[in-house]
Design a protein around this ligand. Structure first.
Ligand code: IPE
Ligand code: MG
Length: 234
């Protein structure tokens, strides 16, 4: 690896293409999710190794509840299994896991698995993994607005306290801006992912289905990030 590479502080990944990966292999879509979840774990570990301090991954949108019940149940079962028994290495590495999204509509065992992981990693500070589950970027802004309105109503803040940083701190998690946003599979959409945090993110859309998105592809992505001239409007 080129030692001069600038490593983005916060990377966002919209996980996409699991279904098509499976369908192209005459496998059920669920197999794509299974292999995708395994790959996601490796991606998290590899980016932590490279020195990425924040990684946000979009694994289930509020809109994904519209999918066939069978697929939703499979995904929820998979999340429980992953969080409870396959994140040992992530815990050991010192990665802190937080979740973004609404907690309503999620099964009790899913909520318990999420709470287990949050608690098991609460004191970790090597890097931070933000898992967006039952997440929508517009809902996040709506929920922040309600929270801030209540603070104002209760006299905890004045209108002058509300600025760009204040809003950012009152989203689901207090995270730095997304520097580099990757969506696998070739789709060219943001699909409601971290709208506030991604205002100045560099966008990258590799034509690779997520289960096939490996270490060498991540390195290529970061090399591409290094070629971009970030101007932040200047
Ligand atoms: C992404 O893969 C995983 C989730 C949204 C849970 P998809 O399931 O969207 O895969 P495609 O887009 O159908 O190929
Ligand atoms: Mg998709």
């Amino acid at each position: 690896m080129d030692s001069e590479l600038i490593i983005p502080k916060h990377i966002g990944i919209i996980v996409d293409g699991n279904g098509r990966w499976a369908t192209e292999r005459n496998l059920p879509r669920s197999m794509g999710h299974k292999v995708g979840a395994e790959n996601l774990k490796n991606v998290c570990l590899y980016l932590d190794e490279l020195g990425v301090k924040y990684l946000s991954v979009f694994v289930f949108s509020t809109e994904n509840f519209k999918r066939e019940n069978k697929e939703v149940v499979f995904l929820m079962d998979l999340f429980v299994k992953m969080f409870k028994s396959e994140f040992d290495e992530i815990i050991k590495r010192g990665i802190k896991v937080v979740f973004s999204g609404r907690r309503d509509r999620l099964r009790k065992d899913v909520l318990e698995a999420m709470e287990y992981l949050e608690q098991a990693t609460a004191k970790n500070h090597h890097s931070c993994l933000n898992i967006c589950l039952n997440y929508g970027g517009q809902s996040e802004i709506v929920d922040m607005t309600k929270k801030v309105c209540k603070m104002y109503k209760d006299g905890e803040i004045t209108l002058d306290d509300i600025d760009v940083d204040f809003v950012s701190k009152n989203l689901y998690n207090d995270l730095p801006p997304v520097d580099f946003l990757i969506r696998t599979s070739g789709e060219l959409r943001l699909s409601n992912f971290m709208l506030y945090q991604s205002s100045y993110a560099e966008l990258y859309f590799p034509k690779i289905y997520f289960p096939d998105f490996k270490e060498e592809d991540l390195l290529k992505a970061i090399e591409e990030f290094n070629k971009r001239n970030r101007r932040f409007g200047g």
